[in-house]
Design a protein around this ligand. Structure first.
Ligand code: F3S
Length: 393
């Protein structure tokens, strides 16, 4: 890999051990994937912020970087952590919270934005064709496919190193030639709601591995539909982007895959692990990935003047940035007894410590992960059905 004189100085430790470690991470990664150089990035987004998913070992490294007075070189946002300061903080064990607060403190010292969201594109939509170093698979797929930005799927350490150095190696989808579709996916019946988009993503992730699809047959999807599709695609596969509009695919000879309605139905069934004896849910969870302003508006209008059942929790997860913009809607939602939760989600907090064993959700990604990561049973149903289950008659 070619390094500039300045990069060589960083690599050799002339500007401190912390920058040297970050450079070594980036160069190692670049060499592994035959990158020729480092390229500047507009922003970085870090995953592995929740103590629940991060664990003990990396926290010492984070603390050491923070105390070496390293600062982010570009705008750098953080993925969700493990608790919501308003609603969950008091309900979780103190020693876990302290561990989490130590991690957040390290990030804060380094200048990371206290965003705690998996939808950094709602804070500032990345510019078309700009290079990013984002971790969090759902955000990566959205940035590449919907915003038109260019980012590989970084791991926590490489996104952190890119944030400190302000650069990333030029491999993968940072190269135009690697962004071309390899498979033409023909969707026989356009998905009717968000859970069908999610199920389509889960199905394609399983069969495509890392091959970029051109998906034909999506009629007027909303940005939120595409968010569900991308989040699910990133959960079961290594695909970092999809194409869905324009006519590129017609011009190339591509392998073809057809998705039949029964494939989607089977995935929805698979993702609903709760048996009929567990049908009384403990939690209705909406907001994976974190809700947009228009999703919050839709929920607020639907619950206005109604009440959530006393025996069920209803969480609407979003970012601080959207909650701030949606104050009136938040008031309506919370008047119903539902909670608008920021900074975290049902997957990255300790729901077992909150006594939650069964989750009803409209997110295929949550339904995919919750049985293993949270040991919870799930029901995957549309927002309409979530609301029906949550609200009193
Ligand atoms: Fe975000 Fe949590 Fe889903 S981090 S993508 S809401 S699993």
């Amino acid at each position: 890999m070619h390094l500039t004189k300045e990069e060589e100085r960083l690599y050799n430790g002339e500007l401190g051990w912390a920058k040297q470690v970050c450079m070594k991470i980036l160069v190692k990664l670049g060499e592994l994937f035959d990158a020729t150089r480092l390229i500047p990035i507009d922003s970085a987004h870090i995953s592995g912020v929740s103590y629940k998913t991060l664990g003990e070992a990396p926290t010492d490294f984070l603390e050491a970087l923070a105390f070496a007075n390293e600062k982010t070189e570009v705008e750098a946002t953080l993925n969700p952590q493990s608790f919501d300061p308003e609603h969950l903080r008091k309900r979780l064990p103190k020693q876990l919270l302290q561990k989490q607060l130590d991690i957040l403190q390290s990030f804060k010292r380094m200048g990371f934005k206290q965003s705690y969201t998996c939808t950094p594109y709602y804070i500032r939509e990345p510019k078309k064709n700009s290079h990013l170093a984002w971790a969090e698979s759902s955000a990566v797929v959205y940035a590449n496919s919907v915003s038109g930005a260019w980012t590989n799927r970084e791991g926590g350490p490489s996104a952190l190193a890119a944030a400190i150095i302000g650069k990333t190696p030029n491999y993968g989808v940072h190269k135009a030639s690697n962004r071309k579709p390899k498979v033409l996916v023909k969707v026989e019946q356009t998905p009717k709601c968000e859970i069908e988009y999610g199920a389509l993503g889960i199905f394609l992730g399983k069969i495509l591995e890392d091959e970029i699809p051109f998906i034909k047959g999506l009629k007027n999807p909303t940005a939120e539909d595409l968010k569900q599709l991308g989040a699910a695609l990133g959960s079961t596969g290594m695909v970092n982007m999809f194409h869905y509009k324009g006519g590129i695919a017609e011009t190339v000879e591509l392998e073809k895959v057809t998705v039949e309605p029964k494939n989607i139905m089977e995935i929805i069934e698979e993702l609903s692990t709760a048996t009929s004896s567990q049908l009384k849910p403990d939690l209705i969870f909406v907001g994976c990935p974190h809700c947009s302003l228009s999703e919050i508006r839709e929920i607020a209008n639907a619950v206005d003047g109604k009440k959530v059942r006393d025996d069920i929790e209803f969480w609407v997860c979003t970012s601080r940035c959207i909650k701030e913009k949606a104050k009136d809607y938040v008031r309506k939602i919370e008047a119903s007894g539902a909670k608008v939760i920021t900074d975290t989600c049902a997957v990255v907090t300790w729901i077992d410590k909150l006594g939650i064993k069964t989750i009803v959700t409209n997110s295929a990604k949550t339904a995919h992960y919750a049985p293993t990561l949270n040991k919870a049973n799930t029901m995957l149903v549309s927002l309409k059905e979530c609301l029906k289950t949550a609200l009193k008659e």
